[in-house]
Design a protein around this ligand. Structure first.
Ligand code: TYD
Length: 131
């Protein structure tokens, strides 16, 4: 299975400004139950450092930029998110870390389910053991 699946949104903007639309189950490969965003990020701080057992997520940097590291236990890739029109799909059992947030970064995350701490794998050795 591909480690990196990018999600390209059409640019519906015009001379008045940009417009991007995300439709549950259409633009992204799952139905959205939860949306959250990471903002006011601090220089030098990294986040994530976990995988999920069942949760599917799509991550868009709708302002600024950041790097997202994806690791499926077999290899890792770093994707630079820098466009509100280009997100990345994070499937279950993919360890992910976010690094190098720009000053004005806002990371929008669309998730297939409600928050459930028991779905998290927060220990990398445990993650490797489950792969
Ligand atoms: P966490 O997932 O650790 O953040 P990140 O992956 O960005 O580093 O979440 C931080 C805290 O917020 C943690 O205590 C769990 C809580 N949280 C919720 O209550 N609901 C949510 O939807 C999310 C994403 C986190």
């Amino acid at each position: 299975m591909n480690l990196v699946t990018m999600i390209e949104l059409p640019n519906l903007g015009d001379d008045r400004g940009g417009l991007a639309v995300i439709e549950s189950g259409l633009s992204i490969p799952f139905d959205i139950k939860r949306t959250y965003y990471i903002y006011d990020t601090k220089e030098g701080v990294s986040r994530g450092y976990h995988a999920h057992r069942a949760l599917k997520q799509a991550v868009f940097c709708i302002s600024g930029s950041c790097d997202i590291l994806l690791d499926d236990g077999l290899g890792e890739k770093i994707v630079r998110l820098k466009s509100p029109l280009e997100g990345v799909f994070v499937r279950p059992f993919v360890w992910h870390e976010m690094h190098n947030f720009s000053d004005n970064c806002v990371l929008l995350v669309l998730a297939s389910d409600y928050y459930d701490e028991s779905d998290y794998i927060r220990n990398y050795e445990e993650f490797k053991g489950l792969i």
